[in-house]
Design a protein around this ligand. Structure first.
Ligand code: N01
Length: 893
């Protein structure tokens, strides 16, 4: 271990250190320990009189952690883990505070902490490359690096109710609870606020008070903690292999080692869902109920609604008065979109005769008077008011140690006027050598904070060590990297349901605060891997400078893929599959069949019918998907992907089901014949013949007679495009619209997308060459029946062309759309940013493809002359709710 470099005090009384840290809670303590071990001198400044951070201030009755304590602990030192034993599954605030004191003592950290000290000003001195801090005590600190370990929920928000200062009784804030005992016995007490703090405090206050009146504006979902000793099975699991238990937590989504649930709600029966829910209710664990029931509950409105309804049922069961139960039941947000609470006897407390619930939605508070609280309908006479009204979260604590003035006199409050801008939630462009631990833009409050804090502290201190070794003295995020992170944050936000609730996660609880999901919703494990990628890509997105003009800047955007696409591609890369073309045609078909067998078929539709249809020289199998709505429905003929070599009428089943449901149309997926057994032009001719037969038999198939539509993906989109040209030239059938998803349209391989995305995105350049070779000899390749871009494009049906950014076929799809538009065909384009060739059809895994499918289905309905399928209430799917919509350009204009 390196000896710590000494902190020195200059003649003018300025303390000079390598690093100044604000905060002596979980993050500040670990930082001090790591910095000291790294040989960096450090001081921590904290307004409190002792260590503890949030656990120093939040001393209200019932305050506990809501992540199991064995997980809510430091993991950096196995000896520390053995030296401390938690007494409860969810430890109380005093026990957690004792733990933090124990850690401070064990590593002798208090000697580097200045308690009772608030930073009042921080200014970057570019010439000296140091931050200068002034404090409320008058003492000044000069530091090379300034680290905010200020916590996410440390700055209580004002109650925003008139007359608080008129009240003559006692007033308490849960976030600033007195250190002395607060006596509530025999008193008339009010609690305002029913978030986690209120819900923990209310049952205990009700036991003491003569009467408790709870003023509730918005009900929260709460599940019972089922507290007790730490669960034996979890402790045994931890003890059996501590290192792998902790490693799993670090790579998980929420920072707690539960395996990822893969089953989705609609694959389970009602009884199975109920059984899973009852197990979760009995388990008393927020992370468990948020991650283990079914995989779609956090990302899909319908999957979430199933769980929310089951919790609502529990509330009605527990609370005896139906009116009170109804008032306590949340209906305005999906379960988990607002932080759910963990309670002990919360709902049952409302069955006590000394507890009254006031529903502020029906009778808002008019004012607080000298003797109590007045609403539209009543006056409550009170001795005590407890404000459990929450925090100015994520940014409030950082802003509380303002002004922070960065390079060129830039103020952080100005830079953050429209919401926090950060790179990785760790740094801000324009503020060199400033770091935030669990800042906005990092997983922080959507994770087990202990795990996220350790990851941030380790990353920051490792960077400081690396900079020292490389001779750099400043580090700053670039604007491009920061803008890229904002884009990635927005992409992640479309993935989860957090954007659908007004909460402190989005800044909605503080009047006038800029709105947007502040914590990183992409998960702890993915986030960790991104931070590591930044380092392995030569500190991508950071500018580092040192003496004598030394400078390094690898500028760029760390994540350009959609978050779920990144996960899928990483998973595929981890599988280290040989190139598909190595298997041979039959081997590749077998591989695809095995791949598809492991995948859920998709959501239920009204009816699924298999059949065959005749073509010259044989017959083709088809599978028909009928919507559950009353018919007859318009008919769409669908052609699967697979490079004219692979796949069949069921290989795109999830996509067909999804589109059938969304568009309200019959999808007939056709098993056209494949190469190399049936080379060009068999697929094209099969496609045309099948479309003609289906159009002629529309009524027999239960569809609407008249024009049909065609659609396809990849080589199937090639077949669909060709079918439209053949139908135009051969006198029918009538086609009212074409949906082309990532189509093959041309035999030229020199467009940029073929080179930019040649490898790494599943469909490779060499795989496309292999497909072409199996299907079509070079002499035939310019034939419009395989390269429709070379055909006549006038008079084709209206088209919707979807292309994906990271797809070799992207540019030929765009070229086809543009050429059709130039030929007078009405064309809409969807350019799916951050997506790859399979994104839009991988219905079960690429959730960010939903908005694309919504747009495609709506286009199909327009082709069929039907009204839009978006309904009021389909909040999850309305484009206005999508934070980062795909770029749509109407090339037809
Ligand atoms: O704060 P909150 P909290 N008039 O913002 C209401 C963590 N934590 O301190 O929703 C009337 O959740 C407000 O109503 P509304 C945890 O992450 C953890 O309870 O804005 N009511 C809401 O009901 C948690 O999520 C633990 O309509 C007003 C309540 O006050 C986070 O801290 C324990 C109002 C505030 O709820 C914050 O929880 C405690 C007004 N003017 C907290 N203003 C653990 O277990 C606000 N409200 C680890």
């Amino acid at each position: 271990m390196l000896a710590a470099s000494a902190s020195e005090t200059t003649k003018s009384g300025v303390q000079r250190v390598d690093v100044a840290v604000v905060g002596a809670g979980f993050a500040g303590l670990y930082l001090l320990h790591r910095l000291r071990k790294a040989g960096l001198s450090a001081v921590a400044l904290d307004a409190a009189s002792d260590v503890g951070g949030t656990w120093y201030w939040n001393r209200y009755p019932g305050a506990r952690c809501d992540i199991q304590t064995i997980d809510y602990s430091y993991t950096f030192d196995p000896e520390l883990e053995s030296a401390w034993k938690w007494s409860e599954k969810y430890a109380t605030q005093p026990e957690i505070l004792r733990y933090l004191g124990f850690v401070a003592d064990r590593y002798d950290l208090r000697r580097d902490i200045r308690f009772g000290t608030k930073v009042t000003n921080a200014t970057w001195d570019g010439a000296a490359e140091r931050w200068l801090l002034t404090t409320n005590s008058g003492a000044t600190v000069s530091c090379r690096y300034y680290i905010m370990a200020t916590g996410c929920l440390s700055s209580p928000k004002p109650p925003e109710i008139d007359g608080v200062s008129d009240f003559k009784g006692e007033v308490y804030f849960t976030g600033r609870w007195p250190h002395e005992e607060v006596k509530l016995a025999g008193k008339r007490v009010a609690v305002i606020g029913t978030g986690s703090s209120g819900i923990q405090a209310i049952p205990l206050i009700a036991e003491q008070a003569a009467h408790l009146t709870v003023f509730q504006r918005t009900p929260s979902f709460a599940i019972p903690a089922q507290n007790g000793p730490p669960p034996a099975d979890r402790v045994a699991l931890l003890k059996s292999d501590r290192a792998s238990y902790r490693a799993q937590a670090r790579d998980s989504l929420a920072g707690v080692p539960w395996p990822q649930s893969t089953v989705v709600s609609w694959q389970l029966s009602d009884a199975e869902r109920r059984e899973r829910f009852e197990t979760a209710w009995a388990a008393g664990d927020l992370v468990y109920i948020l991650t283990q029931l079914w995989a779609d509950q956090g990302v899909d409105f319908e999957g979430n609604a199933v769980l929310a309804d089951l919790v609502r049922e529990k509330i009605r069961e527990i609370v005896k008065n139906p009116e009170t139960a109804a008032a306590l039941t949340p209906h305005d947000h999906p379960f988990g979109a607002k932080r759910p609470c963990l309670d002990t006897n919360y709902y049952a407390t409302y069955n006590r005769p000394n507890v009254t619930l006031v529903n502020l939605r029906q009778e808002p508070i008019k004012s607080i008077t000298a003797s109590g609280i007045k609403t539209d309908k009543r006056t409550a006479d009170l001795d005590v008011i407890v404000f459990a009204t929450g925090f100015d979260a994520m940014t409030g604590a950082i802003m509380a140690v303002h002004p922070i003035t960065g390079r060129g006199g830039k103020s952080l409050s100005d830079v953050w006027t429209h919401g926090p801008q950060t790179y990785l939630g760790l740094t801000v462009a324009g503020f060199p050598n400033l770091f935030m631990i669990t800042g906005p833009g990092s997983p922080s409050v959507l994770s087990n904070m202990a795990v996220s804090i350790e990851q941030h502290v380790d990353w920051v201190v490792d960077r400081l060590i690396a900079m020292r070794e490389a001779g750099f003295t400043t580090i700053e995020a670039t604007e491009m990297a920061q803008a890229g992170w904002a884009q990635h944050m927005a992409d992640c936000s479309t993935l989860t349901l957090h954007r659908l609730a007004n909460t402190w996660y989005t800044g909605a609880n503080v009047p006038g605060k800029a709105q947007g999901v502040m914590p990183y919703p992409g998960g702890v494990g993915p986030y960790r891997s991104i931070c590591n990628e930044v380092v392995s890509h030569n500190m991508l997105g950071f500018r580092l400078t040192g003496p004598n003009g030394a400078e390094q800047c690898n500028d760029g955007q760390i994540v350009r893929l959609q978050p779920d696409v990144r996960l899928v591609l990483n998973m595929l890369a981890d599988m280290k599959l040989p190139p598909l073309e190595c298997f041979g045609a039959q081997g590749a078909r077998d591989f695809l069949a095995a791949f598809n067998a492991a995948r859920p078929a998709g959501r239920p539709v009204g009816d699924v019918v298999d059949g065959t249809l005749p073509v010259t020289g044989g017959s083709l199998p088809y599978r028909l998907y009928r919507p559950a709505t009353p018919g007859p429905h318009p008919i769409l003929v669908y052609f699967h992907g697979g490079g004219w070599v692979l796949g069949d009428q069921v290989s795109d089943e999830p996509f067909c089901r999804d589109m059938c449901r969304r568009s309200g149309m019959i999808f007939v997926s056709v098993g056209y014949r494949h190469a190399p057994e049936h080379r060009f032009p068999t697929a094209a001719e099969d496609g045309y013949a099948a479309t003609r037969w289906i159009a002629e038999h529309a009524a027999d198939l239960g569809g609407k007679p008249g024009p049909v539509m065609v659609a396809g993906w990849s080589a199937g989109a090639n077949v669909a495009a060709v079918t439209c040209q053949l139908a135009r030239d051969r006198g029918g059938p009538q086609i009212s619209g074409q949906l082309l998803v990532c189509p093959v349209t041309d035999c030229t391989f020199d467009r940029p997308s073929y080179n930019d995305n040649a490898t790494g995105y599943f469909l490779t350049r060499s795989l496309m060459f292999w497909f072409w070779d199996l299907y079509c000899s070079p002499a035939d390749r310019t034939d419009p029946r395989v390269s429709p871009l070379r055909g006549k494009l006038q008079g084709l049906p209206p088209a919707f062309v979807a292309t994906c950014e990271f797809d070799p076929l992207r540019d030929e799809g765009v070229a086809y759309a543009e050429a059709m538009a130039a030929a007078g065909v009405p064309v809409e384009q969807l350019k799916a940013r951050g997506h790859f060739h399979m994104s839009l059809t991988m219905v079960d895994v690429v959730i960010t493809g939903v908005s694309g499918r919504v747009q495609m289905a709506d286009a199909l309905r327009r082709f069929a002359g039907l009204p839009s399928a978006w309904r009021e209430g389909d909040v999850g799917f309305r484009p206005s709710q999508v934070v980062a919509p795909h770029e749509i350009a109407s090339a037809a204009e």
